[in-house]
Design a protein around this ligand. Sequence first.
Ligand code: GLP
Length: 245
Amino acid sequence: MKIVKAKDYNDLSRKAANIISAQIIMKPHCVLGLATGSTPIGTYKQLVEWYNKGDLDFSEVTTVNLDEYKGLNRDNDQSYYYFMNENLFSKVNIDRNRTFLPDGTEPDSQKACDAYNQIIHSVGGVDMQLLGLGHNGHIGFNEPGIAFEKETHCVKLTERTIKANMRFFVSENDVPKEAYTMGIKTIMSAHRILVVVSGADKAEAVKNAFFGPVTPAVPGSILQLHNDVTVVADEAALSLCEGLY
Ligand code: GLP
């Protein structure tokens, strides 16, 4: 596991975007696993900027997103589809037919998850997976206690995640209680993994996930067992890890 220390959020976003753009340049027809949440927004912004300058071409790129809320359709401004559209897809020359997210409108969880697993297999797996890290160490929507061997599945969100996501909704009641997410097995199958983490409120999660024991109690800790993980974190997020890397 490589830890890259960034000065602040801007620096983190540029460094992460640099790593993703190198991936696209080295393999224009790559499959990118993408993430939502507030942390990757700056990374997407930077990628869009470089695209606008003519430095990046997304025309052959395929994307598969980590997760989607169950029950939200694509037009809902809190759906992850909407997020991806706003932050990246509508701003670059990506072929929409090659952008995939779990289908939040499919009420049959088994059907939605099987279909998504099939999509991931049919595109040949993920070359580079971008990840954020939740306060409790979750990745995607794989909450503490999750079985490591799962592929895409439906999860019940924890109270803490619902509360953390509440800021995006009118009230707590509006926050979906379930989501479809790639499982740990799916995430670990990516050839390369890039994790972005920012802020002092994530310092504990960073320490537990990347320097603590590997345990389902901290889902992100499994990444210690992957052979190509880069964590780009700012000083605040790494503040409890002095001397550990
Ligand atoms: C959500 C997402 C995760 C994300 C996490 C952290 O629960 N499903 O994929 O990594 O939040 O989000 P943020 O970057 O906003 O802290």
